[in-house]
Design a protein around this ligand. Structure first.
Ligand code: PMT
Length: 410
């Protein structure tokens, strides 16, 4: 890859001691790297080490006239093509999410137009705190990329998610952020979240899908340069940067939107949890229990919803169509049966009986199930990383087709 301008910004956590390894990997890859630190970060990593590695002065004070005279913080923000924040503490994530700029690093982050990649590192309870979850969601919605954090033993003695990603993985994520727009020219339709099937005007049937899996796929496809349409069931998630969003409620509405958008798409990924059934007739107004016989239950008649994925696959042409399978038992055989029944190019099987995978969590454990019978099991990953691995496979399948070397696992 050609040399790019990368600003590596460190904040004050114990993981900052690994910063020189991140910098060295990027310098060795031929990039022009500069560093900036928060005052707290200088307690964990020596600016002199980073200066020696980058052959450039390392800034750590916002209002120091001598530092500002070398390169002022706005010039630094303008200079960077990518800002890598490693480690990113809960404090820095909060400031970035809310636009605070009270030190050099956060001032640069607010001023830059460059892409931002953060590598969080903190105690597991801080990572799981609702305030941090909200900040992370907000940043992801704005297109900020995340490398990690990983699960494992933490410096504070706790075990859980919060360990900074390995330096080489952060460097690889940085390369990916700067990578070629590998899906430029492609139109991608992604579905996400559950559908809502009305019983009456105030009640509905739905499921626990948050939409995160599909939103990550849409965001990743947009970062790779695709034109992305995201057909989303009800969810409070914010739209990923560069994505066109179509909000729908019911399976029937989702079907109309997907079939229409799919006509001009080359790639379709169906991560939505579509309700298989809907009430036979939605009642206008609110069903009143006074109108029902006392002490009796109520029978709700359900009818089948159309299978959108099967319908798409019936006229798939040379489009790549990927389905998901949410299974709680017999994961792989059930996904293989679904693949055969629906006729798509790939099924992403997730075991929704696990607490750390499937519905309404940030992580997922999936297997790629291919038509030839091959199964590729992935480890527990963030949904963002699952999205990235999935798009790698989709790109490889398209390349294989272009080369005329057939179908099946890539
Ligand atoms: O949204 P999250 O909280 O991040 O959770 C992610 C997820 C668990 C919802 C996601 O990873 C997932 O598994 N999505 C598919 C859920 C599902 O409905 O699976 P299924 O096995 O019932 O359906 C199989 C496939 O057919 C899916 O691609 C589904 O979109 C599609 N389908 C299903 C029914 C239907 N009537 N029409 C369809 O197109």
């Amino acid at each position: 890859m050609e040399a790019r301008r990368i600003l590596v910004a460190g904040s004050g956590g114990i993981a900052a001691y690994k910063l020189p390894e991140v910098v060295r990997a990027l310098v060795q890859a031929g990039h022009d790297v500069r560093c900036a630190l928060t005052p707290e970060a200088t307690r964990f990593v020596s600016p002199l080490v980073l200066q020696a590695l980058t052959q450039s002065p390392v800034r750590h004070a916002l209002f120091d006239p001598s530092e500002e005279s070398q390169i002022d913080h706005i010039s630094l923000a303008d200079w960077a093509e990518l800002v890598v924040v490693a480690p990113a503490t809960a404090n820095v994530l909060a400031k970035l999410a809310h636009g605070l700029a009270d030190d050099l690093v956060t001032a640069v982050l607010l001023a830059t137009r460059a892409r931002i990649l953060v590598a969080p590192a903190m105690n597991v309870n801080m990572w799981e705190h609702p305030a941090t979850r909200e900040n992370v969601e907000r940043l992801r919605g704005r297109g900020v990329a995340f490398a990690g954090p990983e699960a494992g033993e933490l410096a504070c003695g706790w075990v859980g998610q919060g360990r900074m990603a390995e330096p080489l993985d952060i460097a690889a994520a940085a390369e990916l952020e700067l990578g070629a727009e590998s899906l430029a020219g492609a139109r991608v339709v992604v579905t996400a979240a559950g559908t809502r099937e009305a019983i009456d005007d105030v009640r509905s049937l739905t499921n626990r899908s948050s939409g995160r899996m599909g939103f990550e796929i849409a965001g990743e496809a947009a970062r790779r340069g695709a034109e992305v349409v995201l057909v989303a069931g009800p969810t409070p998630l914010s739209t990923p940067a560069g994505v066109e969003r179509l909000d729908v409620e019911s399976a029937l509405e989702m079907r109309d939107a997907v079939l229409r958008e799919a006509e001009t798409a080359q790639i379709i990924v169906k991560a939505a949890a579509v309700a298989d059934f809907r009430p036979a007739a939605a009642v206008h107004g609110k069903i009143k229990k006074e109108n029902l016989a006392p002490d009796t239950g109520m029978t709700l008649e359900l009818v089948r919803n159309p299978d959108i994925l099967a319908e798409l696959c019936a006229s798939k042409g040379d489009r790549v169509v990927v389905g998901f399978a949410a299974e709680s038992e017999e994961l792989i055989p059930a996904a293989q049966r679904k693949l055969a029944r629906k006729g798509c190019d790939l099924i992403v099987a997730n075991d929704v009986s696990r607490a750390d995978a499937g519905f309404d969590v940030d992580t997922n454990a999936v297997s790629f199930v291919w038509p030839g019978g091959e199964v590729e099991e992935l480890p527990l990953l963030s949904k963002r990383d699952v999205a990235s691995r999935l798009l790698d496979r989709i790109e490889a399948l398209r390349a294989k087709r272009r080369a005329g070397s057939g179908e099946g696992r890539v």
